[in-house]
Ligand binder design. Sequence first.
Ligand SMILES: [Zn+2]
Length: 340
Amino acid sequence: MAEWAEWAEPGAYEVAGGVFRVPLSMPDDGLHAVNVYAVETGGGLALIDGGWRTPTGLDELSSALTGVGHDVASIHDIYVTHIHRDHYTLAVELRRRFGARVHLGRDEAAGLHQLLEIASNVPVTSLRQLRRSGEDELAAVVHAMTEREGFDADGWEKPDSWLDPGEYAVGARTLEAVATPGHTKGHLVYHDLDARILFSGDHLLPTITPSIGFELGDWGLPLADYLSSLESMLARPDALLLPAHGAPGPSAQARATELLEHHDVRLAAAMRVLDELGEVTAGRVARTLTWTRRSRCFDELDSFNKMIATCETIAHLDVLVDRGQAQVQHDPDGSLFSLV
Ligand SMILES: [Zn+2]
């Protein structure tokens, strides 16, 4: 049962001069809503993130903007933080209807290419990690589930421009696009240094941790990327946190620090499991750890979240191996991790 979330109430909320937070509902989803941010530019509006192309998404956006004296047709540019459908697919629709230009981080190109290639919602990369975690059965369940869902090819087109990190003029403001790989490879946050605001996408979320390892493409070390992207936030001036899910927060740096601590705790917990159980698969480790803010057992999670939990676990174990604190033995029935 989804609990009520005040921040997800429909509307357009001014969070800084000329910047409005617009939550768009995400039906049947524990995240409640995705925030897009509308920025007045003098010549209309720019959006940070486009939202999800649901049956109601465009109407929700339109009536929220009307409520603050703006017109959805005046959106001329959309700066998307990453390729996930709740951030990207409505941007494509806004381009079709109103000619808005869509911008996305260059390192998302491979992921989009793969998605168009397989033309399916099946998260093939994550399923490969499930098998490497010794969770073939779960992989089969998620495969069948996501195949049944069908694929809405219509929401997926290339952006007008692939953004590199750097400064972009948005009306009178300058937004700095900062590479923050981890949640996805090409994730960007947009930092307005003068206004001291940070559009953080899913990189920094106020009450939850973004999933790691749920994207298409080469696996690499997504958690190591994420941790260095968190550290890079600490090297920048602090800012008001404007996240894609959840209420704004006073300090992007404070949240980055909390998330770094969270992953330290999780890495230590994974090491304790290896210490207790000896040589084990990532799936076994995931089943031993607890999940979500409420410390739930693995078996209480639905199949989709079991996949997310397992991918996160193997991402943590890969980091321990990379740091020389654990070792891994490859096995067709699931890689076996143990302490060094
Ligand atoms: Zn996302």
